[in-house]
Design a protein around this ligand. Sequence first.
Ligand code: FE2
Length: 289
Amino acid sequence: MSIPTPSTRSIARIVRGMPTSDGAGVKLTRVIGQPQLTDLDPFLMLDEFGTDNPGDYIAGFPDHPHRGFETVTYMLDGRMRHRDNHGHEGVLVPGSVQWMTAGRGIVHSEMPEQQEGRMRGFQLWINLPARDKMTAPRYQEFGPEKIPSVSVEGARIKVIAGQVSGIAGRIAQPATDPTYLDIELAPGVRFSHTLPAGHAAFVYVYEGAVRVGEAAAPLDTHQLAVLTEGDTVCLEGAPSGKEGTAQPARAILVAGRPLREPVAKYGPFVMNTREELMQAFEDFQSGKF
Ligand code: FE2
């Protein structure tokens, strides 16, 4: 019997985010959930928001519903107040993570808790399997001090979900078994990470440039690489900008187990069938969320 040799994950395709607006007019970049990459099972959407201009974010996301999936907000800069119809409320500060399982339904608002300054972060939508779509809403919320951080040969990694060098992130979601790492790499610094076999995975660079595997050109800021199947992904900080600056690159590495179930989605409702989608509308309109 032979033992399979570990394989390297390389770039399957590169996607650039698309400028759009959502909520009451918040400007953002949609990376997953747009024509170039409609979804990446189990990931339904990835938005990057980042601006110094209050006019781009001040209107926020007033009351809106969700059913059938999870929203993950990772703040880099700025403060956002969250309030839902079940009495849950809190402020997301820089470095904090809110992993919200919408389950059978919540109505919430996500509003900036500041009049000026920088607002920056990500919101990722992750699908729930059919058996969990109508589960009770649940939050996993962690302030910056609760997100473990680890240094591996010069690479600095915040472990939001998954495990690096025996350090485990706090997020638990057995259905999709997610990995969510925020990685900082100075030019020339390398980081290799073995992802669970069969998991869908992507790298999104949000500062500087990162070389993925043996790719000829580094992945640039605001580019997402969908990774091929395999085991290990190798990332290396690349000099970026015209002069080739020595600023560290920053990227998120995200992976999860695909659900391989039918998806019926409309806006903030993500179910398996059209009938369930109609039911979601009806339940929302009759105040059952
Ligand atoms: Fe929301």
